[in-house]
Design a protein around this ligand. Structure first.
Ligand code: HEM
Length: 508
């Protein structure tokens, strides 16, 4: 106890030297000021206030280029300038996730996103081949099947509702969920057809509850949290989420065992051909084959990875696609350029008939710039948190071991030094000379360095395939201006208000 107090006092003294706001409240730290009275139950708005306050503080501490605040007993240092973000992300030693990620452990356990040390290294090595270029190429026909269903649903809207879609995000989310389930897990879910997925609802609610809990230090203890109404809701959602992923694993395990018995061949032997095959297995098959081979790799180990990839693999991409559609639908000159590019690639004549190829996707340079620019304004993951295991020096400030580093990507991507007129949606930023000369850490929607996003290529492939398919078939229009759509910066950055769109079939 004395040692803890002594460590805390040392940490407090050193971090006080970093620019920041004074701490009046020894229990809440600065949370009471920056969430405008967190004690009043402000619901999710407490988190909105927190987000707005952080944006404001980045402006106040613009010259200092970092600042510090206290979240209860924890000193947090915020990074929102390219050179400071580079120090953290390019380090081979600052790899431990922030303690706040522990609040996700009842859901994601300690899978690839949340684990550290040797466990993370071994898992990363095991799972990296599952996102190899060759595997992604095999995913394209599966994605295309789900895109056909999506286009049919939109066509129905043009017949029954004059092409008006009251909120595009749930449609995109269900399509992305079907894609991740069938590509990575090998399971058909068909949530685009069977609407109302309890799994999707539970994910949204869990994200909101996680953030509310993070801002209330007295609820960090699991036992106390379980006694509260929100805690009960949270753990109820855990049952739904785990029940769903348990079924996915069981079903694929049964299919694989049947396949092994039928073919009378061993899926898990170590001869040359099979080890080659194993190196390139899709995600869940690769986890299952590790489980068959190594009894220490349990079903629990599989589940924490399946939970992680099911969540990361659809929620991030569906938000990114929804925002991109909204932004393209607001700017008809940007949309014209996308149509021109697609008409050139597909000869302007074949509508949605010719299936997409990897070569087609590679040629979509302008569409790629549209996606990148949307991810600049609305990075699906707005924050990255790391724990310092050693002292570091940033811009002449000593940041001590034990501090939590919060990389604020939303604000980093709005730095006017790197992105003039930062609020303007201008895809050309990613095509002209400006793109070549920009600081390499000014734009990192997929993070960077050893703990970057393992699903980055998958995400870009899915985004391009879905957006290209929509734009080959429709002219779109966003029915609301940008200021009407409120941002909910939860674990992923969601539109808080519905994204209303109009879809008009293109005649080719
Ligand atoms: C637009 C889509 C996506 C964006 C913007 C995105 C962004 C990110 C970011 C910023 C991180 C670092 C998070 C942190 O350090 O806290 C990350 C990590 C991760 N992402 Fe993504 N992601 C996307 C899609 C995906 C997809 C499709 C998958 C899986 C198929 C995925 C799986 C992961 C995993 C497992 C990690 C943890 C990697 C590690 O620590 O080794 N992500 N992602």
């Amino acid at each position: 106890m004395l040692r803890t107090l002594h460590n805390y006092e040392c940490l407090r003294r050193v971090t006080t030297l970093i620019p920041g706001i004074n701490c009046q409240n020894p229990v809440l730290g600065n949370l009471d000021i920056i969430t405008c009275g967190i004690n009043k139950d402000a619901g999710v708005d407490a988190y909105q206030a927190f987000f707005q306050a952080l944006c404001g503080l980045c402006k106040i501490f613009e010259k200092q280029r970092i600042f510090r605040f206290w979240m209860a007993f924890e000193p947090i240092v915020v990074f929102y300038k390219p050179e400071t973000v580079e120090t953290i992300l390019s380090s081979n030693t600052v790899l431990t996730k922030a303690r706040q990620y522990d609040l996700l452990s009842p859901w994601l356990g300690y899978g690839l996103l949340t684990s550290g040390g040797n466990k993370w290294r071994l898992r990363r090595k095991l799972l990296t081949p599952s996102f190899h270029f060759r595997i992604l190429e095999d995913f394209l026909p599966i994605m295309s099947e789900h895109l056909i269903v999506f286009v049919d649903l939109m066509r129905k809207q043009t017949l029954v509702n004059n092409g008006i879609v009251d909120d595009i995000t749930p449609y995109i989310t269900r399509c992305a969920l079907d894609i991740i389930c069938e590509t990575a897990m090998g399971i058909k879910m068909d949530s685009q057809i069977h609407l109302d997925s309890p799994y999707v609802k539970a994910i949204h609610q869990t994200g909101e509850l996680f953030l509310l809990r993070m801002l209330r230090p007295w609820l960090w203890n699991d036992f106390i949290y379980r006694q509260t109404p929100n805690g009960k809701k949270f753990f109820n959602n855990m049952d739904i989420l785990h029940g769903f992923t348990d079924n996915v694993i069981k079903e694929r395990k049964r299919e694989l065992l049947d396949e092994i018995n039928r073919n009378d061949k061993c899926f898990i032997t170590n001869n040359e051909t099979n080890s080659d095959h194993r190196r390139r297995q899709a995600f869940l098959d690769s986890l299952l084959s590790e489980h068959f081979r190594n009894p220490e790799f349990t079903e629990e180990d599989i589940r924490e990875e399946v939970d992680t990839f099911m969540f990361e693999g659809h929620d991030t991409t569906s938000m990114a696609i929804s925002w991109t559609l909204h932004l393209i639908g607001r700017d008809q000159s940007v949309q014209d350029k996308c149509h021109q590019e697609l008409d050139t690639i597909f000869d302007g004549t074949d509508g949605d008939r010719r299936p997409l190829t990897m070569n087609d996707l590679r040629e979509m340079k302008y569409l790629e710039a549209c996606i990148k620019e949307a991810l600049r304004l609305f990075p699906s993951v707005p924050f990255i948190g790391r724990q310092l295991n050693e002292d570091i020096n940033i811009n002449g400030h000593s940041v001590p071991k034990g501090v939590t580093c919060l990389l604020f990507l939303y604000q980093l991507h709005r730095d006017p030094e790197c992105f003039p007129q930062p609020e303007v949606y201008r895809p050309d930023r990613f095509l002209d000379r400006e793109n070549m000369t920009r600081h390499p850490f000014a734009y990192v929607p997929f993070s960077a360095g050893p703990r970057n996003c393992i699903g980055q290529k998958f995400a870009l492939l899915e985004e391009k395939a879905l957006l290209a398919t929509i734009l080959r078939n429709f002219r779109i229009r966003s029915l609301d201006t940008r200021d009407v759509i409120k941002v909910a910066p939860e674990m992923v950055i969601r539109p808080k208000t519905p994204i209303r769109m109009e879809f008009v079939s293109r005649k080719l």
